[in-house]
Design a protein around this ligand. Sequence first.
Ligand SMILES: *Cc1c(COP(=O)(O)O)cnc(C)c1O
Length: 219
Amino acid sequence: MSVKDNLNTIKSELPEGVTLVAVSKTKPNEDILEAYEAGQRIFGENKVQEMVQKWEDLPKDIEWHMIGHLQRNKVKYMAEFVSLIHGVDSPRLLKEINKQAKKHDRIIPCLLQIHIAEEDTKFGLDKTELDELINSEAFKAMENIKIVGLMGMATFIDNKNQVRKEFAHLKSMFDDLTTKLTGITTLSMGMSGDYGIAIEEGSNMVRVGSSIFGARNYS
Ligand SMILES: *Cc1c(COP(=O)(O)O)cnc(C)c1O
């Protein structure tokens, strides 16, 4: 199967209203262009340098999403062009995004990453940290970021009930957030292995890599 075939198959399965982020990390420009020619415009990367390079090389109407864990000192390299940052997991990171966005006279849309998995290795805020952040004076004063929703990653296991439970938990936090902030639209959950469950549990943005581009080779 080609990238184009994979993409079209997945797109035909997605319900209306679910946005597909094609996760192109580690993949060459020619693969991205194949997806682009097939109509895909939103791509996800998890390393800032790699995303900057691809942004420079590829068509300018691509929307680049930063989906990975983000270090504060890297924000400045992408503040000019990034369309959505999925993995905001601390007030300090949000503050830095706000600062860099201001330099470019932009408002950068962000998702707060919530820790829903059982593994300790995954990043994200818990419910208390989320509430503290959105209630803080510092947050209310940030004029160059816009929180548009939440992102989460389920535990990497075969137990579908566990994965479903974690996504349902994130959906309930998302629903709660819509009552507390305006402009909350986006719930980013689901990857190649679990996006079907994620959509059943209320996801409206899925981040799919290997099912489109094939397995990644990190060597
Ligand atoms: C790599 C990655 C994905 C895509 O993973 P696949 O299993 O290849 O679909 C989705 N989300 C995040 C945060 C990732 O780092």
